[in-house]
Design a protein around this ligand. Sequence first.
Ligand code: NAI
Length: 345
Amino acid sequence: MIQVAFYDTKEYDKPSFEQYGSQHGVQFRFLETKLNEDTVELARGCDAVCVFVNDTVNAAVIERLHEYGVKLIALRSAGYNNVDVRAAFGKVHVVHVPAYSPYAVAEHAIALLLTSVRRTHKAYNRTRDFNFSLSGLTGFDLHGKTVGVIGTGKIGRIFIDICRGFGMHVIAYDRFPAQDGGIEYVSLDELFARSDIISLHCPLTEETRHMIDADAIGKMKRGVVIVNTSRGGLVDAEALLEGIKARRVGAACLDVYEEEADVFFEDRSGHILNDDLLSRLISMPNVIVTSHQAFLTAEALDNIAETTVGNILSYFERDGICDNELCYRCGNIERCRKDRKERCF
Ligand code: NAI
């Protein structure tokens, strides 16, 4: 049996991982705690660790995993900004789930956008209280609006297709524009200047951290709607709050938040929230926050478990070459082609 320490377990993770694990000889040790320097010890004796978006897999943690003989870090997410992949190179292999349901995330971005512009969250609360007033519920048509999409990968492209279905005009920015045409690419500054709605679908890297900051917000149209279902660190949350207070930003739809690690995914009702910035954002009438749930559909959970178990098996039981490996051998992780016939190291 391949032993895997499964960090940051949630109830919804277990059924699919238990099912695929037991079918293929992979035993998951489900741990509620997140992985960090204090909890890495729990991985002793395991062949691999399975981690999620808020586990800390920095150089110190990787060093300890290496020392314990852990061979593989299996991310059960697409994003890998929480793993120091450079530090892992040559020590512990890293695999991720590049696509499990891009539809889940793109559709959630649209759900947030529609909710925000048509105020359905407010209407829902009102009618439950038999308040049938329409006062303050005026929205705007998405049809004919310009949406700026940053990152035209798997999720961004599905988001674009849905927006086109609404009759929106789509412009996009990507560091590596798709070559197959069909998308109007513009510079980031032009995207900021022309978009009524901006939706983020690129990864969090050193380059993209705080790409939405005070300077960027200053270049945007007054009343712009910002949708972030990608990673919290893409947006400088303080600058966003200032933009909202100054009435520059018309609305924000956030499934992710820079400091979400200690708050999201947990029931904090009945507790005093120590994060003043998050409290202030949530208190704004034109901000909608969901707790990193864009991925959470039945289809996505099933795909995540199936692909993760497949990644683990390809490392331990097949030839060790896994299409979903992340490494620095090619020098640029975003461009890594995986066309070789041997392990990365
Ligand atoms: P992908 O890898 O298919 O696409 C990412 C795109 O971003 C690529 O086209 C890439 O060229 C582009 N990009 C890279 N660096 C860039 C830069 N500096 N500026 C602009 N564009 C850049 O990834 P996918 O599957 O579409 O996912 C996008 C992001 O969505 C992930 O990185 C992850 O952070 C986030 N995500 C969020 C989830 C949630 O539950 N909220 C679930 C899954 C993913």
